[in-house]
Design a protein around this ligand. Structure first.
Ligand code: ZN
Length: 168
């Protein structure tokens, strides 16, 4: 007998959500509302662990709020992640601004993401911590859609959007 139970969020589902992210003091940090919703592949670490955990088992149409500690968000802020590097380390033709994000390699050749914190003449202060590291994240979420991921999406570890649109 065919099941008529609604789809629930589990590993291997592509989930569409709307969300608003606020800080503990109530400042809005990010929101999908009024824009395109966020689509992610559940179980593939596309979103922070604390939010992914809370979404497990939810059905389309459900709304919830969750408070995510830094350890389950973007991590604690590690002061060792802040470094001062010469301006020459960056492409000459790019105007560096605080908040800009770059891909780099650490000493062992591992890919890392860095954020520009400040630029003072020939010295650039960079931070390997995510800008929201150390912050409690308050999410207000509504689950819009749930579907099975395609094999291609599962092998890539992310959704491919409406009509199989491929972004890379
Ligand atoms: Zn892909």
């Amino acid at each position: 007998m065919a099941s008529t139970a609604p789809q629930r969020i589990a590993d291997g589902k592509v989930v569409t959500i709307h969300y608003t992210l606020t800080s503990e003091s109530g400042e809005t940090l990010d929101s999908s509302r009024g824009q395109d919703p966020l689509e992610y592949l559940h179980g593939a670490k596309n979103i922070v662990p604390g939010l992914e955990k809370e979404l497990l088992g939810k059905a389309a149409g459900e709304n919830f709020a969750v408070r995510v500690a830094p350890e389950e968000g973007y991590g604690a802020h590690d002061p060792k992640g802040i470094q001062r590097v010469p301006r020459d380390a960056f492409p000459e033709d790019i105007e560096l601004e605080p908040g800009m994000q770059f891909s780099a390699e650490d000493e062992s050749g591992r890919g890392v993401t860095i954020w520009i914190q400040s630029v003072e003449g020939a010295v650039v202060t960079i931070d390997q911590n995510h800008p929201l590291a150390g912050q409690v994240l308050c999410f207000d979420v509504s689950v819009e859609k749930i579907r099975d991921a395609t094999l291609e999406e599962l092998s890539h570890g992310h959704p491919h959007g409406p009509g199989g649109h491929h972004h890379h």
